[in-house]
Design a protein around this ligand. Structure first.
Ligand code: 13P
Length: 271
């Protein structure tokens, strides 16, 4: 696509450290199963020098899981958060409560939250609250249809601009953009995005970041990919796709498969 050609002169960033995030969603069903899975993943995660591993379990498991590791190569994340500090907001969880429970990261604007009614404005409020607390926001954006006319680019631009409006350049180091096209979530690796399409979309996201900030910010902001990442497509999505890491759903519920994805991410730096 012509609009991207001017971007191709910029460095491809597959050489940096990767970040791989396990989004367990509403799984597993018991703490003992969560603990087993966590410890299975930990065995691999703590050995990897070039990959940070982040686990996003259901809120109720955060605090107990936080006692099971001390490595700086691992961290915990909330799957969502509310923007108010405290008060009468039944069912919600604040940034400071997440921090107290051991989370350093928070997923914001996941498509499954947006499907339940979360708007761009709500996502923005959450991003602001997360940054204010000194946590890192994993900001999810993604189109439901990857049309050939490029309407999806307008949609992505809107999601990105509204999430980051008035967020200062200095705060972008505490933001990770997770590109998760809805049409690629919950499938298998052969139905996921192609590395070429991913590369193109990541370039587009960086272009929007240049317009909003500058080249430096655009090329230093971490952009990861989510949507049917499995051991079979991880390598290509990192190398040709130029993702700097992953947000992994179903494959993160299997310690062996997730461990393989971590290994693949860790080896990419060798290239
Ligand atoms: P899957 O990896 O199961 O497609 O889920 C992706 C996702 O939604 C991660 O946040």
């Amino acid at each position: 696509m012509g609009v991207f050609y001017d971007m191709l002169q910029y460095p491809v960033m597959e050489k940096g450290k990767k970040i791989v995030i396990a989004n367990w969603k509403m799984n597993p069903q018991t703490f003992s199963a969560a603990k087993r899975l966590f410890l299975g993943i930990k065995k691999k995660a703590v050995t990897l020098r070039n990959t940070d591993t982040v686990i996003a379990p259901p809120f109720v498991f955060l605090s107990s899981l936080s006692k099971l590791y001390s490595s700086r190569r691992m961290a915990l994340s909330g799957q969502d958060v509310f923007w108010e500090k405290k008060g009468s907001f039944t069912g919600e969880v604040s940034t400071s409560q997440l921090k107290e429970s051991g989370a350093d990261y928070v997923i914001v604007g996941h498509s499954e939250r947006r499907a339940l009614g979360e708007t761009n404005d709500m996502v923005h409020r959450k991003v602001k609250a997360v940054i204010k607390e000194g946590l890192t926001a994993i900001v999810c954006i993604g189109e439901s249809e990857h049309d050939s006319h490029g309407a999806y680019l307008k949609f992505l631009r809107e999601q990105l601009e509204s999430a980051l409006v008035k967020i200062k350049a200095g705060n972008l180091k505490n933001i990770i953009i997770a590109y998760e096209p809805l049409w690629a979530i919950g499938k298998t690796n052969d139905e996921a995005i192609t590395p070429e399409k991913l590369h193109e979309t990541i370039l587009f996201i960086r272009r929007v970041l240049i317009e909003m900030y500058n080249k430096d910010i655009a090329f230093n902001t971490r952009i990861i990919y989510g949507g049917s990442v499995e051991r079979g497509n991880a390598h290509a999505l990192l190398i040709q796709g130029t993702a700097q890491g992953f947000l992994v759903g179903h494959a993160s519920l299997d310690a062996l498969e997730f461990g393989d994805i971590l290994d693949i991410a860790n080896q990419v730096i060798e290239h």
